[in-house]
Design a protein around this ligand. Structure first.
Ligand SMILES: Cc1cc2nc3c(=O)[nH]c(=O)nc-3n(C[C@H](O)[C@H](O)[C@H](O)COP(=O)(O)O)c2cc1C
Ligand SMILES: CCCCCCC(=O)C(=O)O
Length: 362
């Protein structure tokens, strides 16, 4: 057996970090992070769908020199993994979003900052060179425009518009726990308007593609839509000049019963142009999940809950640890599949019945 640096008690996987986080988090907050909508069947399906995909590795391909480096919207990233937006990082750790941003920066990956961050977006951007900002488009279009302007001024590289939330998912754990408000001192800092008034984030059930068209006219920043699962919506997004998509079901927190993201990905990949940025999130927990996602047509994956586990367990170092665990696993998995770079992973490494995109209703 090769020598390892594995020490007793050392965290070896994201599951270990999850267990560690559970020992330090307030159980109500742990439920908010872990929870999903309804019976939480989609959250489970995300994990199961990745696990179901069998790989068919290639051999004797000289994989002695490997690189995980990739590019997202023209910016180099050290690996095809990014931090999906998650709310309330100061609930996981007092150092909050700035700690997450520093870990993302040290790891060389993009952080998508949630509109519901507990730190002002300008302060988060001071800690990372690759921030993107997630937005829920607000019925008050002036306020959305105000946030977009702030993002541009603060150096954000893209806007990630979440479109899977015409209403807020019903998360029963939070209802049972009576978790409706942030504890003292914490608030959604980006929702404080110029007059110093704290607004609510409104889930706007009235949104249509017109809102995407309007946003497109408002800003030169790249726009990605987050929460697209249907190939027809992917086609519409491309027609509306969108620059990329997150194939996402919000970690199962919105529509319980929604298709698992690994199952939705091939259908979306089949209808977007070659090279169109396609990020998949939901249930990515292992380096082999990244391999599976890339082989199914993703450009990169996003991780949500694992970042919060890392943050809760050990602040900035914990987030870094999550990213480095994934990096190590991905590097090994790529080598074992016979690939030297993310670009070499294609349908070829999937077991035959999964290699052809199904195309959904396309
Ligand atoms: C606690 C929590 C908060 C989240 N907050 C946001 C958010 O503010 N905006 C958003 O678009 N998605 C949000 N998401 C969804 C994530 O961006 C992502 O889609 C999901 O977590 C991916 O699944 P995973 O947790 O299995 O990796 C949140 C998810 C969790 C678990
Ligand atoms: C009213 C606060 C909205 C926070 C949204 C966070 C989120 O998307 C989640 O899944 O939770």
């Amino acid at each position: 057996m090769p020598a390892t640096d594995v020490l007793p008690g050392k965290r070896l996987s994201l599951a270990d970090v999850e267990r560690e986080a559970a020992t330090v988090l307030d159980p109500v907050h742990a439920d908010f992070f872990a929870g999903a909508a309804g019976d939480e069947s989609t959250a489970r399906a995300n994990l199961a769908a990745f696990e179901r995909i069998r790989l068919r590795p290639r051999v004797l391909r000289d994989v002695s020199a490997r690189s995980l480096a990739t590019s997202l919207l023209g910016r180099p990233n050290s690996m095809p993994v990014l931090l999906s937006p998650t709310a309330f990082h100061r609930l996981a750790h007092p150092a909050g979003e700035p700690a997450t941003a520093r870990a993302a920066e040290a790891a060389g990956v993009t952080m998508v900052v949630s509109m519901a961050a507990t730190t002002r977006l300008e302060e988060v951007a001071a800690h990372t060179t690759r921030p993107w900002l997630q937005l829920y488009l607000q019925p008050d279009q002036d306020f959305t425009r105000h946030l977009v302007r702030r993002a541009g001024r603060a150096g954000y590289g893209a806007l990630v518009v979440t479109v899977d939330s015409p209403v807020f998912g019903r998360r029963e754990r939070d209802h049972r726990n009576g978790f409706h408000d942030l504890p003292g001192g914490l608030r959604c800092e980006n929702l404080v308007d110029d007059a110093g008034v704290l607004r609510d984030i409104v889930m706007d059930a009235g949104l249509t593609w017109d809102a995407v068209a309007r946003l497109r006219e408002t800003t030169d920043l790249p726009i990605l839509l987050k929460g697209v699962l249907h190939p027809d919506d992917a086609r519409l997004a491309v027609e509306h000049g969108v620059d990329g998509l997150f194939v996402s079901n919000h970690g199962g927190r919105q529509l319980d019963g929604a298709i698992a993201t690994a199952d939705a990905l091939p259908g979306v990949a089949a209808v977007v142009p070659q090279g169109f940025p396609l990020i998949v999130d939901g249930g990515v927990r292992r380096g082999i999940d990244v391999v599976r996602a890339l082989a199914l047509g993703a450009t990169a994956v996003g991780i949500g809950r694992p970042v919060l586990w890392g943050l809760a367990a050990a602040g900035q170092d914990g987030v870094r640890e999550v990213l480095e665990l994934l990096r190590t696993e991905l590097d090994e998995a790529m080598a074992l599949c016979g690939a030297r770079s993310p670009g070499e992973l294609g349908p070829d490494v999937l077991a035959p019945h999964l290699s052809a995109p199904t195309g959904g209703t396309a």
